[in-house]
Each structure stands twice: as structure tokens, then as C-alpha cells.
Design a protein. Structure first.
Length: 161
């Protein structure tokens, strides 16, 4: 039985024997975190997905959907604005072009990545996450402080910043 809920190949259905069959392709299960396929669902689509999950007593777990939840706080009544991310975006393309002005590259992300790897540093390229511009990289900061500092020193050495 189909529920008419489709988006870019996503299908949710229940078989005759009552077993829930579901195939919600990466746009819902992984909206880009690992694959770079960011798809923003409309509030209406999220509500429909929630209804479907409620109907079959399922939990809807989707990246960053819970960022909208708010609880009253009696401890810190004036908290600083927060973001649930454990990474930040950094534009390394500009620094790369300044450091290597005579080197022309077709893909700035590849040039930056080569410079980083020469210093034994790996950062996730924005290309993997469909960043709006190819020169952006993600710096994940939930590792140990020593590892983060070592990596940042490598970035600074690779791009002379």
C-alpha cells in the first residue's frame, strides 16, 4: 500500500503482512552529512513524514531537526546563541591563491587538499557536502584539543596563514 509520499525516489509503504517496508533514500536518512546531497525539506514534507512515522509507531530521526526544540531554562536565562554543529566552515581557497599565486588549478579544492596533504593534514572538502563554493572546507572540532591544534598548525603551515 503506497502512501503517496515520494520525493526524489523516496518511498514509504506497508506490506500486506503488516511488516513495514521503507526505503527513504539518503535525502532523509542522511541529508548530506556524509554524501554531500543536502536536500532541504519543506515544513509540510516534514509534517507528512511525521504523520507516516506516527501511523506506524516509528521515530523520525533526521539531522538537525531537533535544533528547533526549546526548553525553559532556570539555570541560564540569557544563554548565548547556540549551534548544534561540531564543525565550522573555513574558506581556504583565498589563502591558497595568496600562498600560491603562480599556480593555476582547475579545481581550487583539489589544490588546497594537495597543499594540506603535503603537511599530513586532512580536512573534509566542501565538495563532499555540496558547499556553495568549492573553496570551503569543514574543520571538525570535537576531537581532543591537542589533535585540533596540531591540525590547525598544519593548515597554517600549508597555506602560510
Amino acid at each position: 500500500m503506497s502512501h503517496g509520499l515520494t520525493t526524489r525516489g523516496s518511498i514509504a509503504a506497508k506490506s500486506d503482512d503488516g511488516m513495514l517496508l521503507w526505503k527513504i533514500i539518503q535525502d532523509l536518512l542522511d541529508p548530506g552529512t556524509n554524501t554531500g546531497g543536502y536536500t532541504w525539506f519543506s515544513p509540510e514534507m516534514i509534517v507528512e513524514l511525521m504523520r507516516l512515522c506516527q501511523k506506524y509507531n516509528m521515530h523520525l530521526i533526521s539531522d538537525e531537526i531537533y535544533a528547533l526544540f526549546v526548553w525553559n531554562s532556570t539555570i541560564d536565562t540569557q544563554p548565548a546563541p547556540a549551534n548544534a554543529a561540531f564543525f565550522l566552515w573555513v574558506d581556504l581557497g583565498k589563502a591558497y591563491r595568496e600562498q600560491y599565486p603562480g599556480i593555476e588549478v582547475r579545481d581550487i579544492s583539489t589544490g588546497v587538499m594537495r597543499a594540506l596533504l603535503d603537511k599530513n593534514v586532512f580536512l573534509a572538502s566542501g565538495k563532499q557536502f555540496r558547499s556553495e563554493q568549492p573553496r570551503w572546507f569543514r574543520i571538525v572540532f570535537f576531537n581532543k584539543k591537542e589533535l585540533l591544534l596540531e591540525g590547525l598548525e598544519g593548515v597554517a603551515a600549508a597555506l602560510d596563514v
